[in-house]
Design a protein around this ligand. Sequence first.
Ligand code: MEV
Length: 324
Amino acid sequence: MKEVTASAPGKLMLFGDHAVVYGHPCIVTAVDQRITATVRKNGVDIFHLDAPDMGLSAYSRTLADLGKKGTPKAVCFIEHLYKRFLEKHPQQEGIVVTTRSDFSSQFGFGSSSAVTVAFAKALTTLYGVELTNHELFTLCYQAVIDVQGIGSGFDIAAAIWGGTLYYVAPAKTVNPLGGERFELPLAVGYTGIKADTPTLVRMVETQYQAEPERVGSIFADIHQIVDDAQQAIVAQDWQKVGQLMTKNQELLQQLNVSGVQLDELIQASVDSGSYGAKLSGAGGGDCMIAVAEPDRQKIESALEAAGGQVMHVKLHAEGVRIES
Ligand code: MEV
């Protein structure tokens, strides 16, 4: 096998943002904006990467230097994962990796998780290492923890399993919701602001340490919402799903992770009749989601009028797959 190409989808968090970092469940859906990674052996002890969509071209390192200081952000996850892989499966020669993205990393659709998973799948397939989804998860999640030190891995799970998942970290529970052709009637609005996920996660951590009871009780309420949302999604009760989104958003506001632009888009969608809306992910920026019922067009026009960029994405997308 000379070269392997794999692709993985992005993600959108539907319920349970932040609480999922502390052992509570969340619901995530895979977004069909894919990242593709191609891997081939190169005959020399060099790791070489071309990731033009992530602003990195002709990056190279000797195998002995993998994971050492100075790794650019765009390549961190891939490089750490490759280092871990070589610890388990030592090789004399390095690889050439090329990545291509359907989407910009600015939207918060999880480009680092998608590229990590696509790369891991292509790499392990190239070397004939067969992994179950859970084993692939462990390999990718380890790289995330090596680099970031914190994170629930929900984005890695979405990139691997695809579809819509009820998830408890780190992949302790991965329950697919809905059938293969499940439709989620959601509108997605981008705020125009790039969220800084690690900073927001640390901010919530600081709040939790300072006020364990208040924040713990918010997390417990979010947990209940996620459980109720799981049932409402399966029943396709979008009115209920919307009500639960709005409740989840109120709790996220109490964690101080929303933001002016997010609040404005959320308000605009609800004012135009949406059953409910919330931020998606860490907060501060990135995207919000709204139930696109009863009138998708009206809701999306309201989002645009409020300064949002409507993202026409397919949800419940297929998980990681080998392309060639
Ligand atoms: C960030 O997209 C979602 C958070 O819940 C963090 C995580 O789950 O790793 C805030």
